[in-house]
Each structure stands twice: as structure tokens, then as C-alpha cells.
Design a protein around this ligand. Structure first.
Ligand SMILES: Nc1ncnc2c1ncn2[C@@H]1O[C@H](COP(=O)(O)OP(=O)(O)OP(=O)(O)O)[C@@H](O)[C@H]1O
Ligand SMILES: [Mg+2]
Length: 155
């Protein structure tokens, strides 16, 4: 089971798309384990996008993610990191496939609505950046046996 971080960026929140986006993950079968809404400090934005520091789009990226409140969402599920990235789609909404969040709901460059962790290490460090450990809720779902199955054995 994996855990991953999603941020609904200021454009998604301003457009009233938090429910639509979180709903897609819920319907997929991913389990919500953390929800938080906040105004992002410059320090947190810079830490979150540290990997892009020095790139030409970095200042605009930090300005954008601090321009209004964001919703932080922690999700859990089998192969959750790659599954969520596939549901999010390519970075640029004009290139993202229909059926993905960016492909269906976005149209232009930086206005790509959502961030999702891209690997096991970044998911762990980003979850720790955006959530206190005690704010990630560990609970069972009665319906899980209908959603989460073991991989079929290969012969
Ligand atoms: N070439 C670029 N020009 C302008 N903005 C860019 C470019 N590449 C990335 N960005 C912006 O920086 C963000 C982080 O880039 P990254 O390569 O990590 O894409 P991503 O993983 O799809 O998006 P995110 O990290 O926000 O989930 C992107 O969401 C996008 O807004
Ligand atoms: Mg990224």
C-alpha cells in the first residue's frame, strides 16, 4: 500500500474544482487519509518546489502556488503514486490526455490545477512537509474487500 500527496493549486480551488478532483480519487477507490486547506507561505512553496530552484519558471511557480489558498490531500491505495500521476495527466494541460484531470479541466501552462508526488521518496518527504504525522488518519473501510484485491497469481 502506498501513500501520496495531492495539492489542488490556487486555480483549482478558485474555480470550485476541489470536490470534482477529490471525487475522482474517491471514485477510483483511493482512500482519503488527510485533508487540509491553507494559505501557502513562501518558505513552504520554495521547499516544495526546491527541485526546480534556478529554472526559468521557478519564480512564477512560487508566485502562483502562494497566490491563494490550496487544498492538500493525502491518499492511500495500491500503487497510489503512479495511479494518481496517471489520473493527473501530463504537466501541460494542452498536452494532457482527455480523461485525465489536467486534460479534462485545464487548458494552459501554469494553470494545471494540481500537483501529485512523483516517486516513493518524494511522496514521503512531501507528505511530511504538508501534514503533521498525527493528521494522517489510519482507518479501515468495510468496503475495501470489494475494492482492493490481491493481484491474481500468474501461472
Ligand atoms: N517548461 C515549463 N515552463 C513553465 N512551467 C513549467 C515548466 N515545466 C514545469 N512547469 C511548472 O512547474 C510545475 C512543476 O513541474 P514538474 O516538472 O514537477 O511537473 P509536474 O510534476 O507535472 O507538476 P507538479 O510538480 O506541479 O505536480 C508544473 O506543474 C508546471 O506548473
Ligand atoms: Mg512535479
Amino acid at each position: 500500500m502506498e501513500r501520496t500527496l495531492v495539492l489542488i493549486k490556487p486555480d483549482g480551488l478558485q474555480r470550485g474544482l476541489v470536490g470534482e478532483i477529490v471525487g475522482r480519487f474517491e471514485r477510483k477507490g483511493l482512500k482519503l487519509i488527510g485533508l487540509r486547506m491553507l494559505d501557502v507561505s513562501r518558505a513552504l512553496a520554495e521547499r516544495h518546489y526546491q527541485v526546480h530552484a534556478g529554472k526559468h519558471f521557478y519564480p512564477g511557480l512560487v508566485d502562483f502556488i502562494t497566490a491563494g489558498p490550496v487544498a492538500a490531500v493525502a491518499l492511500e491505495g495500491p500503487d497510489a503514486i503512479a495511479t494518481v500521476r496517471r489520473m493527473v495527466g501530463s504537466t501541460m494541460p494542452n498536452e494532457a490526455e482527455p480523461g485525465t484531470i489536467r486534460g479534462d479541466l485545464g487548458i494552459s501552462g501554469l494553470r494545471n490545477l494540481i500537483h501529485a508526488s512523483d516517486a516513493v521518496e518524494t511522496a514521503a518527504s512531501e507528505l511530511a512537509m504538508w501534514f503533521e504525522a498525527e493528521d494522517l488518519v489510519d482507518y479501515g473501510r468495510a468496503i475495501d474487500s470489494w475494492i482492493v484485491a490481491e493481484e491474481p497469481a500468474r501461472s
